[in-house]
Design a protein around this ligand. Structure first.
Ligand code: A3P
Length: 329
């Protein structure tokens, strides 16, 4: 056991030394963001966790991985996936539903923030199928076993870049204030964003990586958009259930199971739960109050924060980056 602990520590230390030698930049929240050789950014511990997961994680064909950029609807899709997959053990209206006592990020844990952290290699073998995991890592740096175990499923959610930016900026400012730092102006945040220096960004590379994977392998990579989920959550839950091989039966359709899942996972319901109001999630970067994953939960809130010039600048980059990709802008 001790030998293992030493080997794990060596593995983490080796990656820590490597990442520390890479270019780094001040990030949104005040901590340094390192640039990975494959072009994306993250702070030290989650980047090291990503590399350990890449080396040590063994996927099963039955695994399901939620992949998102932060502030793109991660918490929402985790709620929908968990409650869809576990609807037989935990009907959406049951009083002992895990959501009443556990934060969403405890129900489905991040590889790089929760599982592969603090010199640990978790034993995930005992987890029952289907195992549910999550990550913010771009497609190019997913644990290799996830990509190679070809029937392992990936559920990706993307969000309008301007709403993603405003959500990220608001979240980072909460963190900055709690650390006694000056809040970041929206102008400075827009500059960071346009330069691609945001957690797991550039935004456009992240979205295109999963978009192309989805086009190449739609049965392995499901691609949702936050705005479309908001318009028609019921249709998205049906698609999700089919994608993970658990379509709703006629009886379930008739008895309102789909609607109950949508209601359970709605912003209003989730934001009001005790586990949200009083709970915290321990991440490798620090404890996060679960309530901070719920802000407004609406589409186009960017209009309340970005000037027309800032919006135009982001739109121009988005158009240029997505041109020719088939991605509907
Ligand atoms: P806003 O900051 O725009 O309100 P993530 O879960 O990836 O961190 O994303 C957080 C964003 O998703 C926040 O956006 C949050 O309010 C919104 N969100 C959280 N839960 C949601 C839900 N159940 N339905 C819709 N949006 C939700």
């Amino acid at each position: 056991q001790e030998g293992h602990a030493e080997t794990n520590q060596e593995l983490y230390q080796g990656f820590t030394n490597l990442v520390s030698s890479w270019p780094c930049f001040p990030g949104f929240s005040g901590s340094q963001l390192y640039r990975h050789g494959k072009g994306w950014h993250a702070s030290l511990a989650p980047m090291v966790g990503t590399m350990v997961a890449d080396t040590c994680f063994t996927a099963r064909p039955t695994d399901i991985v939620v992949a998102t950029l932060p502030k793109s609807g991660t918490t929402w899709i985790k709620a929908l996936l968990y409650s869809t997959v576990h609807r037989r053990e935990y009907p959406a209206d049951s009083c002992d539903h895990p959501f009443n006592s556990l934060g969403l990020h405890e129900c489905i844990k991040f590889f790089e923030y929760q599982l592969y952290t603090q010199n640990k290699i978790p034993d995930l073998n005992e987890l029952p199928d289907p195992r549910l995991f999550s990550t913010h890592v771009p497609f190019v740096s997913l644990p290799r076993s996830v990509v190679l175990a070809s029937s392992c499923k990936i559920v990706y959610v993307c969000r309008d870049p301007k709403d993603h930016l405003i959500s990220q900026w608001s979240f980072a400012n909460k963190f900055r204030i709690s650390k006694g730092l000056e809040p970041l102006s929206v102008e400075a945040a827009t500059d960071f964003f346009c330069d691609g220096v945001t957690p797991f960004g550039p935004y456009w590379d992240h979205v295109l990586g999963y978009w192309r994977a989805h086009l190449a392998c739609p049965e392995q990579v499901l691609f949702f958009r936050y705005e479309e989920m908001s318009l028609d959550p019921v249709a998205h839950v049906r698609k999700l259930a089919e994608f993970v091989g658990r379509p709703f039966s006629v009886e379930e359709e008739e008895d309102g199971t789909v609607d109950a899942i949508v209601k359970l996972c709605s912003f209003e319901h989730m934001a009001g739960l005790e586990a949200t109001k009083d709970g915290k999630t321990e991440l490798v970067t620090g404890a996060v109050e679960n309530s901070s994953y719920f802000r407004r939960g609406v589409v186009a809130d960017w209009k309340n924060h970005l000037s027309p010039e800032m919006a135009k600048k982001i739109d121009a980059i988005t158009e240029a980056k997505f041109r020719g990709s088939g991605f509907p802008v």
